[in-house]
Ligand binder design. Sequence first.
Ligand SMILES: C[S@@+](CC[C@H](N)C(=O)[O-])C[C@H]1O[C@@H](n2cnc3c(N)ncnc32)[C@H](O)[C@@H]1O
Length: 275
Amino acid sequence: MTVQSALMAGVQTLKLAGIDGAARDARVLMSAALGIDASRLTLCLHDPIADDVRSLFEGYIAARQTHRPVSRILGRREFWGRSFKISDDVLDPRGDTETLIAEALRHAPHRFLDLGTGSGIIAITLLAEVASCTGVAVDISDRALDIARYNARQHNVEDRLEILTGSWFAPVAGVYDLILSNPPYITETEMTALAPDVALFDPKIALTPGGDGLDAYREIAAQAKMYLTQTGAVIVEIGHLQAKDVTQIFQFHGFGNVTVIQDFDQKDRVIVAKL
Ligand SMILES: C[S@@+](CC[C@H](N)C(=O)[O-])C[C@H]1O[C@@H](n2cnc3c(N)ncnc32)[C@H](O)[C@@H]1O
């Protein structure tokens, strides 16, 4: 059997399972099974496929058939030009969160706090981009923090990152010029309509705080000023329909300067709150 015939069979299996982008996914998975860059796959299509590569590829296809995202099958996700390890214990990072990174970089971070760090993408990206800054990353999930630690080591920033377990500010001391968070914000109602790639594989605690989806913002806004420098900013990612509610939450807690930033699709995506 050739690489091409195994690939075609994989595409067919994914199509029958109703996977959008079946051909693209099968190519990525075949490239990973072969251990080559996807751009080189065409060159190998007529080669015979080795038994071990074939069974690895078929395992990948069987996983994708259940709607497991390609990133979770391969255990890696690209974010802001870097590769991060992910596992079933962390949110699969979303491109939307790059809007938060762009805004944080505009504020030239010196010492930041990342609440709900998950795989660590926000904290680690900032540390890698700004060599002079230091950060503290918090998550309630110890298993997520194991992944964040691994990623911090992989990107050589572990010396500038303190990692703490606990709920939001509970384990935190000191003040920060930036407080960042991409908290769980999906509403209880939205949870019932999520695509299987999300609903079945992202940890529930990373997706939703329940109810109207706003509880994490209420907690963060209520306590942030005790941990913020006078000229500092809180920068949070939001669901694209939450700008008004989250703005009001920060205003209620004494933030006089609240701005909404849109993402690359022109959707409300980030709130910047200053005292
Ligand atoms: C939407 S995920 C964001 C993960 C990562 N920052 C990212 O952008 O990909 C939310 C994260 O908040 C964490 N979390 C949920 N409730 C928390 C709490 N009470 N205190 C701290 N972290 C919490 C979850 O474990 C999860 O890692």
